[in-house]
Design a protein around this ligand. Structure first.
Ligand code: NAP
Length: 473
């Protein structure tokens, strides 16, 4: 596939191969852009902003509705692209494609609700004889940098609100999974978005990242990815707005009165969705000691029933990690934890990029698999004796995106929900729940700012005050 720069689909002599992590087969190639391409993308986007800022709200909404319709009409094609270039099974990929339609539809709807308000200028001396209001106006060129794990919907979470707000946007998709994002840009073009309004540039973050990020012309960087790249970007970005959707290490508390069958079932899914490569994936489960044994037994039973392997087979529950190197990295963390005293209850073996769904207990609190974001199919179980211990343990890690708790006791639910340090708490569900229109984002190392269309629109617009001095009034 090609990249879109200055309204032209462009190729380059140097290319990057996009391979299926399951069998290493070649799917396609994309251009390997360089710093000159980054400059060209930004120059085109600056011109694009002169067009996008003048598009009426009606036109923006129509383009977004049409784009959503195109994705809908080719849902299976989008799902296949997601499933082939990334880690998701075909069933997981279909869900992502359906969510992308919701994200675009919500962007169209919210574009009509970008509002300001009147300002009571008379509220302090010196404000008399003034009338005015503020509007929210587009911020300018938005640089959207996206990760590999949701290669379509996380792109939609940036392109949708950027277009809804009247901005121009440059997409830099993850190098291992660029195809779904490029397909979405094609759909925007087909829906009638003026070409200069959107650019997609493919290339390694390590090669073109600095040229994009440090350039003073983009007014905002909307980044989703790991904390390491996030830190570098914030260091060199200069004076521009920054949205950071970073990683996590999500905790779940299962209280003694919980519906254990449901808790086990939904937490297994939450731990192993997309082979655990999910920023809100379940990583640590703190279970009240009174119900630890039955919960552990059921959790392991359900995990053992998981079918892993070929992503394109309907019956497959879990596919490979994004590449063999990542699977080896996490296998190493499992072995390291085992050496330090952890017990592997099921899983732990690796075949190429496939790592079995793995459940551990007795994990030392300094093991990488406890402290770091695993971003893979492993989960740790821990017994706890009381709510304060559960909270202290859950909050002990320097991430805070989602947390979850299971209980039928309302008082306990409130205590835990308000005690958990994070951006969102799921009650009687796993951490792996997101509605695409809710505010989404984290605290601590999990990031800055919020996505979720209405909230992304706040970040991607800025207030402009219009104030009239009316001496004769
Ligand atoms: P990553 O390695 O940080 O890459 C994310 C994106 O940043 C890619 O497009 C990457 O390009 C680019 N990049 C890397 N270095 C860069 C630089 N110096 N300048 C500019 N761009 C640069 O993350 P990933 O492995 O793709 O994704 C996994 C991470 O994303 C996990 O930590 C996960 O938790 C997080 N995530 C967070 C959310 C959320 O909403 N909070 C959602 C999903 C994922 P290349 O691909 O070319 O390296």
């Amino acid at each position: 596939m090609k990249m879109l720069l200055g309204g032209q689909w462009a190729d380059r002599e140097k290319t990057i191969e996009v391979r299926d992590p399951y069998d290493d087969s070649l799917i396609d190639t994309v251009p390997r852009a360089d710093a000159a391409d980054a400059d060209a993308a930004i120059s085109a986007a600056v011109k694009g902003f002169e067009i996008s800022r003048k598009l009426s709200v009606y036109d923006r909404a129509q383009i977004l509705f049409k784009t959503a319709g195109i994705v809908q009409s080719r849902l299976e094609e989008f799902a296949l692209t997601i499933a082939r270039e990334g880690s998701k099974t075909i069933r997981e990929a279909r869900k992502e494609a359906r969510r992308c339609i919701n994200t675009l539809t919500a962007s169209a709807e919210e574009s009509k609700r970008i509002q300001g308000e009147t300002i009571p200028f008379g509220s302090f001396p010196g404000g008399e004889k003034r009338r005015g209001y503020y509007e929210r106006v587009p911020i300018g060129v938005v640089l959207a940098i996206t990760p590999f794990n949701d290669p379509l919907n996380l792109v939609a979470h940036k392109l949708g609100p950027a277009v809804a707000a009247g901005n121009s946007v440059i997409l830099k998709p993850a190098t291992v999974t660029p195809l779904s994002g490029i397909k979405l840009v094609e759909a925007f073009m087909e829906a009638g978005l003026p070409p200069l309004v959107m650019q997609v540039i493919t290339g390694h973050g390590g090669e073109i990242g600095d040229a994009l990020v440090a350039d003073p012309r983009p007014r905002m960087i909307s980044f989703t990815g790991g904390v390491e790249a996030g830190r570098r970007i914030t260091r060199i970005a200069g004076l521009k707005k920054i949205g950071m959707e970073l990683g996590s290490n999500s905790p779940v508390i299962v209280w003694k009165d919980a519906d254990l069958e449901w808790a086990a079932e939904t937490c297994v899914s939450g731990a192993f969705w997309a082979a655990g490569q999910n920023c809100i994936g379940v990583q640590r489960i703190y279970v009240h000691r009174d119900v630890y044994e039955p919960f552990r037994k059921r959790f392991v039973e359900i995990t053992k029933g998981y079918k892993i392997g070929d992503k394109l087979k309907e019956e497959t529950d879990m596919g490979p990690m994004i590449n063999e190197g990542e699977a080896k990295r996490l296998e190493g963390w499992v072995r390291e934890a085992e050496k330090a005293g952890a017990r592997v209850l099921t899983g732990g073996r690796r075949m190429g990029a496939l790592l079995e769904p793995t459940v551990l207990e007795n994990v030392p609190r300094n093991a990488k698999i406890h402290v770091e974001e695993v971003f893979g199919p492993t989960v740790n179980l821990y017994p706890v004796d009381d709510a304060d211990q559960a909270l202290a343990e859950a909050n002990s890690i320097d991430y805070g995106l989602h947390a979850a708790l299971f209980t039928r006791d309302v008082d306990m639910a409130f205590k835990l929900a308000y005690g958990l340090e994070c951006g969102g708490v799921m009650i009687n569900d796993s951490t792996d729940y997101r509605l695409d229109s809710m505010p989404f984002g984290g605290i601590k190392n999990s990031g800055l700012g919020r996505e979720g269309i209405k909230f992304a629109l706040q970040e991607m617009t800025e207030p402009k005050v219009i104030c009239w001095y009316l001496p004769k009034s």
